[in-house]
Design a protein around this ligand. Structure first.
Ligand code: 2U9
Length: 383
């Protein structure tokens, strides 16, 4: 006979135990009889319908009817029963409705027929793979470069990729008609002709503007390293990309000398190429440094001999035995004036390097475009 909620004659704990026990036994029995979705809906309504459902009835017949002194005890039992009924009904929804799938040729295939629209679920199929990514070789190299300087006490600064002419050129002592300011070399943001030249926006061609921005906000002594993306108006080929990465850095303090520059950058080159290679400094020119130098390391491929083991010329250093890696110099006093540093009191050096070039030498890559084609066969080699 179907279970009906009885009126309680006694509300003692023992009487409540008995009533609860009978109700739970009925719940279990009826849950076990549910075979399909139609059964489940009837089952759910019988126990949970607001009007005349079993839960509503125990509320009315047990809780509301309980004398004042038993209300607390009965309330607790009713709450427990509500939780038990709800859990059983929910569980039945997923538990009873799994039936064997029609033959689809897959062992163990099952059909979930709970909803009105049956959905085929083959639990033998492999799950969705979510492979872990890994650092891009350029970013990995950039981190390695930065960490050599961090170990020397340098802090890291970053800045905007879209810059003004002032920060990219003027404050760096570039004369007004310097060829780098030409659209042939620099990518300018369109339609800014109405602005004064110094406010015109462009894609920064080096990370040097961040050096200016940093000097504007920090007083010496400063040791800073600046990694970031830069753009130049270069058509792509094996050694040029219109977008590439640089790391620049600088140190300013009282009595910083060219010997400090030599010591720091020689240490850097030996750390980054993991060998005690020869290093040479050649005179050069940059608008923002004076004196300036280009810095070479002995070829990481041929060891400086200019030839490989079989006597053929080394293609990487073009038989010179040297690889140009860094530009550097003592910061020009004219630049200090733009940022409010007193060139009578402080001096400093600055340096810059292209990250892709270093990554190409470290990993033996002969075409810069490979870094940006997103070919997983290439990128997976660095994971
Ligand atoms: C300030 C003062 C001085 C940064 C420097 C270079 C030399 C340099 C190039 C190397 C290869 C860029 O990626 S690359 O094309 N960089 O040769 N950069 S000194 O000197 C500065 C910068 C900012 C205020």
């Amino acid at each position: 006979m179907a279970y009906t909620v009885p009126k309680l004659k006694s509300f003692t704990p023992a009487a409540l135990d008995k009533a609860v026990e009978k109700l739970l036994a009925a719940l279990k029995l009826e849950a076990a009889a549910v075979k399909n979705e139609a059964d489940w809906k009837v089952f759910r309504d019988r126990w949970m319908a607001r009007k005349n459902g079993v839960l509503t009835e125990i509320n009315d017949l047990w809780l509301k009817a309980a004398p004042k002194e038993s209300k607390r005890e009965v309330g607790q039992r009713v709450n427990e029963l509500k939780a038990a009924v709800t859990a059983t009904v929910e569980k039945d929804r997923t538990g009873v409705t799994i039936a064997p799938a029609p033959a689809v040729g897959k062992v163990g295939a099952v059909l979930l027929s709970v909803s009105a629209e049956p959905a085929a679920l083959d639990i033998t199929l492999p799950g969705n793979r979510r492979p872990l990514g890994s650092e891009h070789p350029v970013i990995k190299t950039m981190h390695e470069i930065v960490s050599v300087f961090r170990n020397l006490g340098y802090s890291v600064e970053e800045g905007p990729v879209i810059e003004t002419d002032y920060y990219n050129f003027e404050a760096l002592n570039f004369p007004p008609n310097h060829p780098a300011r030409d659209t042939q070399d620099t990518l300018f943001i369109a339609r800014q002709e109405s602005k004064p030249q110094r406010d015109r926006l462009l894609l920064r061609t080096h990370t040097s503007p961040v050096q200016i921005r940093t000097m504007e906000k920090m007083k010496p002594p400063v040791r800073i390293v600046i990694p970031g993306k830069v753009h130049r108006n270069d058509p792509p080929d094996a050694s040029h990309s219109p977008m590439f990465h640089q790391v620049e850095g600088f140190m300013v303090d009282a009595r910083i000398a060219f010997s400090d520059l030599k010591g720091v950058l020689t240490h850097f080159l030996r750390q980054i190429f993991e060998r005690d290679a020869g290093v040479r400094f050649r005179p050069s020119f940059f608008p923002f440094t004076e004196p300036s130098a280009e810095i070479d390391v002995q070829c990481v491929i041929c060891g400086g001999s200019g030839a490989n083991k079989t006597g053929q010329t080394c293609r990487v250093c073009k038989a010179t035995g040297w690889l140009e890696i860094l530009g550097a110099g003592m910061i020009d006093p004219a630049v200090f004036k733009f940022v409010g540093y007193d060139p009578e009191k402080v001096s400093g050096f600055a340096f810059g390097m292209g990250v892709e070039r270093i990554a190409m030498l470290k990993y033996g890559i002969d075409d810069i475009r490979l870094f940006f084609q997103n070919d997983l066969r290439f990128l997976r080699q660095f994971s």
